[in-house]
Ligand binder design. Structure first.
Ligand SMILES: Cc1ncc(COP(=O)(O)O)c(C=O)c1O
Length: 482
């Protein structure tokens, strides 16, 4: 088990959560709705959310930097969005036919990201990337897709590839697609080629090896699967040139970056126009809404008038669900009308993430805080640059867990302690929130420094033990330890 010293306060403060979670675990695997939500010793259960805080069943008021996995840029329980939802509920929660509301929503999204000449809606980022990939395959007439090592694009088979691995596996594997977990057919993995993010020569070489076979390249413009990795130099622009030259459809997966880095997402922030885009999270105002779109000639492969043999299929009972669309439209309108909200979250992001870096440095704890705008992640590593997934393998995940659970025991939630989770600011957070978070984080860094000091005195026997503890925590080979 990881060091219980760090989780003692969390356990003491979450007795009712533990009780309810045990009940949940009898009914659902891990007692959670999604594998990502599970963590040790047990997740906590929410009572309600408000602004920048979650109030849990034990009466704790928790400063939330997880913010609905990034969906809640406007905070929990935004009043204006809630009113639109109530209004829509009174006109029917599920219509099953197109409405004017839907057209207004598409127009609002297109205003923010004009690269999407045509769009389709669905209910999750997972569906959005799945349909975008199918559409791109149909358009290009090629079967393979390229995805970056470590990138997360949702929970379908085509993108659950090379998401995580330990350093040895990475060394032995080259860039072959590795299915993430069991149940994914090898035949699917064989249609996916993996490229190294932030390495344009490496990416070009992989595409060259698979010449004329790759129909689409999907990229998280900021690689957030393994935390937060910012594109270095002009990687995205060169990716644009490379895919254009090879007639590969370039898909920006903006499920996380859309409406967050800027109103127009990463494509506005980095000034690169992709062929296709996927969006979700913030675009749904906290409701189940996502979509995909792109250049007209690509999206026209979906035209139902072509007949099923010639068209690409896309459907869903709840596509364009009026409640989600009403919420999403309000969220997108608010963000379009308030450019100053971006100044606010980006300023707080700078304050929080550079503050965390300073605190770790002051305590002489090897750490690198990577961030852009209002998204950031702490890596406990000796590296002073993180360029790609493989660089994250040097991070000490046990230390991260100890730091995270210490902060959560003091009511600050810095994400979820699993691969690729990170911290997000919202418009509801304040300077005082950030100051308090830094105070709590410093307490956690101090505890880590003390623990490291104790370890140094007791090494090497404890180091071996630490490695096996990490395996127990993550159930797989650990990243290099303490
Ligand atoms: C970049 C990216 N794409 C796709 C998804 C999947 O979205 P969803 O969880 O709504 O299925 C996520 C979710 O975190 C994401 O971050």
């Amino acid at each position: 088990m990881p060091s219980q010293k760090f989780s003692r306060k969390y356990i003491t403060r979450h007795k009712k959560s533990a009780q309810l979670w045990r009940r949940a675990a009898r009914l659902t695997p891990g007692g959670v709705e999604s594998n990502i939500r599970y963590f040790r010793p047990h997740p906590f259960l929410a009572d309600y959310g408000d602004g920048g805080y979650i109030y849990d069943v034990d009466g704790n008021k928790i400063l939330d930097f997880m913010m609905g996995f990034g969906a809640l840029l406007l905070g929990h329980n935004n009043r204006d969005i809630a009113l639109e939802v109530i209004k829509q509920l009174e006109s029917g929660s599920m219509l099953g036919v197109t409405s004017e509301l839907f057209i207004d929503y598409l127009a609002a999204v297109q205003k923010a990201m004009p690269s999407m000449r045509k769009m389709r809606l669905c209910n999750s980022g997972t569906e959005a990337t799945m349909h975008a990939i199918r559409t791109a395959r149909a358009y290009s007439g090629r079967e393979k897709i390229a995805k970056a090592e470590g990138a997360y694009h949702g929970a379908h088979d085509y993108v659950l590839q090379s998401l995580d691995m330990d350093a040895r596996m990475a060394r032995n594997n080259g860039y072959k697609a590795v299915p993430y977990g069991r149940g994914i057919p090898k035949a699917v993995s064989d249609t996916v080629v993996i490229y190294p993010y932030n390495d344009i020569e490496g990416t070009a070489a992989i595409l060259e090896e698979n010449e004329d076979e790759v129909g689409a390249l999907i990229v998280e413009p900021v690689l957030c699967g393994p935390g937060v990795i910012v594109p270095k130099g002009n990687y995205l622009k060169r990716l644009r040139q490379l895919t254009r030259k090879r007639r590969i459809v370039l898909i920006f997966d903006e499920v996380l970056t859309g409406f967050r880095l800027a109103y127009g997402g990463a494509q506005e922030y980095y000034n690169v126009r992709p062929d296709m885009t996927t969006f979700g999270k913030i675009a749904g105002g906290g409701f189940q809404l996502a979509g995909f779109g792109g250049e007209s000639q690509i999206m026209e492969t979906l035209e139902p008038g072509r007949g099923w043999r010639n068209a690409t299929f896309h459907a869903g009972t709840y596509n364009g669900h009026p409640i989600g669309v009403a919420a999403g439209l309000k969220a997108v309108q608010i963000l379009g009308e308030h450019p100053e909200y971006y100044d606010h979250v980006n300023r707080l992001g700078r304050q929080l993430f550079s503050g965390l870096q300073d605190l770790a440095d002051d305590r002489r704890i090897p750490a690198w805080v990577e961030y852009v705008g209002s998204i950031g992640n702490v890596y406990f590593t000796t590296k002073d640059e993180i360029r790609n997934f493989r660089d994250t393998l040097s991070a000490n995940t046990r230390r991260w867990w100890n730091w995270f659970i210490h902060c959560l025991g003091n009511n600050v939630l810095f994400g979820i302690p699993n691969t690729g989770e990170r911290a997000f600011l919202s418009t509801e957070h304040t300077d005082e929130d950030v100051e308090w978070a830094l105070e709590v984080a410093d307490g956690a860094f101090a505890a880590i420094a003390k623990e490291a000091h104790r370890h140094r005195e007791r090494a090497p026997a404890v180091q071996l033990q630490a490695a096996s503890e990490q395996t127990a925590l993550y159930g797989e080979a650990p990243h290099p330890s303490v």
